[in-house]
Write a protein that binds this ligand. Structure first.
Ligand code: SF4
Length: 322
């Protein structure tokens, strides 16, 4: 399959008078067409910053990409003008956020909002054609076209997220970034939204980056997984490799050990003992060492050894073959 996205050695920081926060520290991954990658990790791992970096929607005054490249079909997004990037958003790349209400306008009908998204990139289509596309988009996400005259508050949480997805898909983006798209939804609706994303991927040949705390979500729809910790990817591989339990990074093992029981009402991961380090004050050596049960002397000073086999990457000194 053709490569859609290549991220190489990406660094992103937040700079204020008080402190410099190193949110993303040299991550690399790539994504083929019609492929889904899951970025997994606890809050503060740099997942959302990575997404905002790709979208170039970092907070204007403080957020800054300080190194690396983001290639979309070979073109470095960091080298193009702000205006070209604005055009890319919504035509080539769309993003859906955790809470559907932050993306919906309560004073407009959902039909108007989908129309607005279509209008931005309208290439001379007539009104009637555009209306037909609105109907199609709603039907695509399983909402009867007649409901385009309704306002967001007339939809349930799951239906609202479907509307948000239809808006994000209005311009048939090549890349869809979904930041915790199902966290605000209950378990049954969550399954429906994931199934929807999976079928849309096939139908529209979209590639997806899904950001999540939840390994259950990853198992459901991801082809590849990148486990993030303190702004780095500590383990990366196919979903098959990660779930088959092949030689894991100690942090990944911790994540698996903390998978909640889905029969109980706990959707989020139970935290691993200890806290994610402050990104303004990262520890030396392996950034996981203060919490790692396997930590050795050199873990405190030396950046972890990167072990790679058949595309499965693990950054940990334990894998160093002497
Ligand atoms: Fe643990 Fe050391 Fe491996 Fe880091 S490098 S995960 S501290 S064993």
């Amino acid at each position: 399959a053709a490569k859609l996205l290549e991220i190489k050695d990406l660094h992103i920081g937040y700079f204020t008078e008080k402190e410099n926060v190193k949110a993303v520290n040299g991550i690399s991954f790539d994504l083929n067409q019609e492929e889904t990658i899951g970025l997994v990790g606890e809050t503060g791992a740099g997942k959302t910053t990575t997404a905002l970096g790709i979208m170039q929607l970092l907070p204007e005054r403080t957020g800054k990409i300080t190194g690396g490249s983001i290639l979309l079909k070979g073109e470095n997004l960091l080298g193009i003008s702000k205006n070209d990037m604005r055009l890319n958003r919504g035509s080539k790349i769309s993003m859906i956020f955790q809470d559907p209400m932050t993306s919906l306008n309560p004073t407009m009908t959902v039909g108007q909002q989908i129309r607005e998204s279509l209008d931005i990139h309208n290439k001379g289509q007539k009104k009637a054609e555009l209306e037909k596309r609105v109907d199609k988009l709603l039907e695509l996400v399983g909402i009867p076209a007649g409901r385009k005259y309704d306002y967001p508050h007339q939809f349930s949480g799951g239906m609202k997220q479907r509307v948000v997805i239809s808006i994000a898909l209005a311009c048939e983006p090549e890349l869809l970034i979904a930041d915790e798209p199902t966290t605000a939804l209950d378990v049954t609706i969550q399954a429906q939204v994931l199934a929807l994303m999976e079928s849309l991927k096939k139908e529209l040949k979209t590639s997806i980056i899904i950001i999540t705390h939840d390994l259950g979500v990853v198992a459901e729809i991801c082809d590849k997984v990148a486990i993030m910790y303190a702004g780095e990817i500590v383990e990366q591989g196919t979903a098959g490799d990660i779930f088959a339990g092949k030689s894991h990074h100690p942090y990944t093992i911790g994540l698996f050990a903390s998978i909640p029981d889905l029969t109980k009402d706990t959707k989020r991961l139970q935290p691993i003992e200890g806290l994610m380090p402050d990104a303004a004050n990262l520890p030396a050596g392996c950034k996981f060492h203060p919490r790692c049960k396997c930590s050795m002397e050199k873990c405190k000073t030396e950046a972890p050894y990167r072990y790679e086999q058949d595309g499965h990457v693990i950054a940990c000194h334990l894998l160093k073959q002497e």
